[in-house]
Design a protein around this ligand. Structure first.
Ligand code: SF4
Ligand code: SF4
Length: 360
């Protein structure tokens, strides 16, 4: 990171120094939610800095607009310092925090090890546990899938809930109203802050040129993920509510949600990975670049292996592809509280808190 702040300043103090300069300058007032939030305050407690960092989407527009970046003595790099504060907060709020640090710094190797190890585990289970079920249940019983995936889904959610509670306490959040939620969900659904101040997009992969590529890729990933989630949920409903067991036909709800969801998720993840290779790492948090790439890779692999599994229906490839897909999904779930995936939860919390402050 090119944050050559004096060693006497902590990360939070350096962020506060930069935010206070922005509050005096106010040139970027219309760029994103961060600047209106800055101008509402005169002094910035540590919790305010944490809240501002989680409102920032690292679009980098303010960096290219700023007249106080290096070599100016103010040495402003707001996108980078806020990215570092965000990562620091996610590690502090995570339980246990050491796992977040490991995954952030050696994400690619850890994600690869998880995928291979868990896929091997599933392969062994399917080989050692012959069942008389149909479809995927001929390889791994429904009971075994539930026994493995229910805790793997619920435990990360509980860990994230602990982290969000810590965040909420640090930023001084109050009781959430329907209005707060509505405003925050509306902004999140449109990814409003990725549109840039002039609705031209981010200055991410093309330096000082605006593009909408990052916003479109995020949209594809977000809605692809939600469609995949809807696919799994509808399958669960059909199984338990209507006694209709997998495999499901092409025009069933799980497939109608799952196929476009898998395509969007895969294409969006590939686009995000490509954009990350083009972007200047010094305007983000370089130490977690590998972990972020691992997360994007896991997202893309989840979509791609699901599609491959569907395409292989009725062939001998089903067993290894099922192991690979389930291993990828399990790795994704288990690393969720410690990977970049948590950014979605914290950004939503930051938008809710921002809605509260705007209407107080
Ligand atoms: S980033 Fe630079 S130009 Fe923008 S408000 Fe801050 S000091 Fe001013
Ligand atoms: S990088 Fe973008 S989102 Fe972050 S403070 Fe600057 S303009 Fe706002």
């Amino acid at each position: 990171m090119s944050l050559d702040h004096p060693p006497t300043l902590s990360l939070t103090e350096e962020a506060r120094r930069q935010v206070e300069i922005c509050n005096a300058c106010r040139y970027c007032e219309g760029y994103c939610s961060v600047f209106p939030a800055i101008t509402r305050e005169r002094a910035f407690a540590d919790g305010d800095i944490t809240q501002l960092a989680n409102l920032c989407h690292n679009c980098r527009g303010c960096y290219y607009a700023c007249q106080y970046t290096e070599p100016h003595e103010f040495a402003l790099n707001l996108p980078a310092v806020l990215a570092e504060v965000r990562v620091d907060g996610w590690e502090r709020f995570a339980w246990p925090g050491a796992l977040a640090r490991v995954f952030q710094t050696s994400g690619v190797s850890l994600a690869a090890a998880l995928v291979v190890g868990i896929a091997a585990l599933f392969w062994a289970i399917s080989a050692l546990t012959p069942t008389d079920g149909e479809g995927f249940y001929a390889y791994l019983s429904h009971a075994a899938m539930v026994a493995i995936f229910a805790p793997a889904f619920l435990f990360p959610l509980a860990v994230i809930a602990v982290g969000l509670r810590r965040y909420w306490s640090e930023v001084g959040g109050t009781r959430i109203t329907g209005g707060d939620l509505k405003a925050a969900l509306g902004d999140a659904a449109r990814l409003k802050n990725l549109s840039g101040g002039a609705a031209k997009g981010c200055n991410y992969e093309e330096g000082d040129r605006y593009t909408q590529a990052r916003r479109h890729a995020h949209h594809a990933v977000m809605y692809g993920f939600l469609l995949c989630f809807a696919s799994t949920s509808s399958g669960t409903l059909l199984h338990y509510g209507f006694g209709m067991e997998a495999p499901y036909g092409l025009f069933s709800l799980p497939k109608l949600f799952g196929i476009p969801g898998g395509i969007l998720l895969t294409l969006g993840a590939v686009s995000l990975a490509w954009l990350k290779t083009k972007a200047d790492r010094a305007l983000g948090a370089p130490s977690v670049w590998g972990g972020e790439m691992a997360f994007v890779g896991l997202l893309g692999a989840t979509g791609a292996t699901g599609l491959m599994l569907y395409a292989a229906t009725g062939t001998a490839l089903v067993a290894p592809l099922l192991a690979l897909h389930l291993g990828t999904v399990l790795a994704f779930f288990l690393t969720t509280p410690y990977s970049k995936m948590v950014h979605g939860f914290y950004r939503l919390a930051a938008l809710i808190r921002d809605a509260q402050i705007r209407t107080r």
